[in-house]
Write a protein that binds this ligand. Structure first.
Ligand SMILES: *Cc1c(COP(=O)(O)O)cnc(C)c1O
Length: 230
């Protein structure tokens, strides 16, 4: 069943790329595997997926222990500073950096391990109270501050759009964050590339791709509904 789900999502990704006149290889599908057992991740891995997203440090580390080493792990959840040490040097990309305090801790741990940490700055584009992420207006300032940290490379922006029935309702938000990333890119800040846009989830990844997403984070669409009670 997972294989069929994945094939459907892959097809949709292709269709969205085609519709937008984009090359399929501009978009990477991240399988969001939070709450799912490693057997399910292995099944998706065996279908060729190498990018997995998790939102809890402990769960990600436990899964890393038992799954193949060539997986690219993406930290997509809110990150507490005291947990940073467990993931720096082990994740491909940290999507959820929304404060200088967190960036400073990532810098400290990356320096200790002598690595460069690739990160995205998370923007709360719809200004939802319930969501993490920095306000749009404060983003450039935060990017400028983080850019000064030598062991961090800012690769782009991430956003979690509102939960909506109709994916079209998020198109303007995707457009807005894409424009923000272009504006930041045009400032030519050292250490900042803005080539990555992480946006789009099960409900709206096709619209996100049409609006420029380079990473889409799909959980339910691949693994099925999550049950938080088990
Ligand atoms: C859970 C989660 C996803 C995946 O959500 P689905 O709607 O299941 O595709 C994507 N991004 C983040 C940050 C998440 O926490």
């Amino acid at each position: 069943m997972l294989k069929e789900n994945l094939e459907q999502v892959q097809k949709n990704v292709c269709a969205a790329c085609e519709k937008a006149g984009r090359n399929r290889n501009e978009v990477t599908l991240i399988a969001v595997s939070k709450t799912k057992p490693v057997e399910m991740l292995q099944e998706i891995y065996d279908c060729g997926v190498r990018d997995f997203g998790e939102n809890k440090v402990q769960e990600m580390c436990d899964k890393m222990e038992v799954l193949p080493e060539d997986i690219h792990w993406h930290m997509i959840g809110h990150l507490q500073t005291n947990k940073v040490k467990y993931i720096v040097g082990r994740t491909t990309l940290i999507h959820s950096v929304d404060s200088l305090k967190l960036a400073n801790e990532i810098q400290k741990q990356a320096e200790k391990k002598d690595v460069i940490a690739d990160i995205l700055v998370e923007v709360n584009i719809a200004e939802e109270e319930s969501k993490f992420g920095i306000h749009k207006e404060e983003t450039i300032e935060l990017v400028r501050e983080i850019a000064k940290l030598p062991n961090i490379r800012i690769k782009g922006l991430m956003t979690i759009a509102p939960f909506v029935e109709n994916a079209e309702d998020n198109r303007l938000y995707f457009r807005e964050i894409r424009q923000l990333s272009v504006d930041i890119k045009n400032q030519n800040i050292d250490n900042v590339s803005m080539d990555v846009l992480s946006m789009g989830m099960t409900g709206d990844y096709m619209v996100a791709i049409e609006e420029g997403a380079t990473l889409v984070r799909v959980g339910t669409g691949i693994f099925g509904e999550r049950n938080y009670n088990i």
